[in-house]
Design a protein around this ligand. Structure first.
Ligand code: ADP
Ligand code: MG
Ligand code: MG
Length: 252
């Protein structure tokens, strides 16, 4: 079973007034087959955690460790992270001008699988995944994220997720900007991947509504750059009823 282990992670960003510590000792273990939700108020550092796992150069790891099956993730290049089985979907995905969705997916699959997928089976695989996610076939020829609506960006992320079959997937605000129909389609995608039992998911979200469709095994409340409380699915119900106020007040 693949395991992502985050140990006492501290992360800073450089600002005009010097370094600003955003993550202040994050501890979290996600295993293949498990679904964890990280919830928390805006500005608590959730996306910073995702960026740090992705290896974004703006986010400086000042101490702590991140390992995947004991391998040091922080030492890996962005490509190596993907090959190791880590999948990261960012809250604000970037446009890739001149690269079509179709080419992007095949390149990504080639990198992750270590060999180019056979063209005929690949085309079929992509088509079927697009049908499941209710994505228009012409979408495959559009440039990645260029002019995509919020919903299209998120469906594209789940398309990648379904095709790349990572060991650990980090999904940052996959639910944001989705109407109820799109939320259902995206959630079904995440649940399909989950049912394979082969993917561990870290679902980062501000809102509890996606948790009506995706039932996490573990819920963590993020506040002031660290996990303030962990529990089972019942913790999400408590947050839905009470909000984050008690965590925000009790801050650093
Ligand atoms: P969340 O995703 O929980 O809303 P973020 O991780 O986006 O929180 O942000 C946490 C804090 O870190 C915020 O105060 C934000 O302004 C600050 N921050 C995040 N990224 C940067 C950056 N690149 N430069 C400066 N400050 C940042
Ligand atoms: Mg600490
Ligand atoms: Mg965020």
């Amino acid at each position: 079973m693949a395991t992502l282990e985050i140990n006492d992670l501290h992360v800073s960003v450089e600002t005009e007034n010097g370094p600003n510590e955003i993550l202040r000792g994050v501890d979290l273990t996600v295993k293949q087959g498990e679904t964890h939700a990280i919830m928390g108020p805006n500005g608590s550092g959730k996306s910073t955690l995702a960026y740090s796992l992705a290896g974004h150069p703006k986010y400086k790891i000042t101490s702590g460790t991140v390992t995947l099956d004991g391998e040091d993730v922080l030492e890996m290049s962005v490509d190596e992270r993907a090959r190791a089985g880590l999948f990261l979907a960012m809250q604000y995905p970037v446009e890739i001008p001149g690269v079509s969705v179709s080419n992007f997916l095949r390149t990504a699959a080639t990198a992750v699988r270590g060999e180019a997928p056979k063209l005929r089976t690949w085309v079929k695989e992509v088509k079927e995944a697009m049908v499941r996610l209710k994505i228009d076939p012409v979408f495959a020829e559009r440039n990645v994220n260029e002019g995509f609506s919020g919903g299209e960006k998120k469906r594209h992320e789940i398309l990648q997720l379904e095709l790349l079959k990572p060991k650990i997937a980090v999904l940052d605000e996959t639910d944001s900007g989705l109407d109820v129909d799109a939320l259902r389609v995206v959630s079904e995608g995440v649940n399909r991947v989950r049912e394979s039992g082969e993917v561990g998911t870290l679902l980062i979200t501000h809102y509890t509504r996606i948790l009506r469709y995706i039932k996490p095994d573990h819920v963590h409340v993020f506040a002031h750059g660290r996990i303030a409380e962990s529990g089972g699915p019942e913790l999400a119900d408590k947050l839905e009823a009470e909000g984050y106020e008690s965590y925000v007040k009790g801050g650093a």
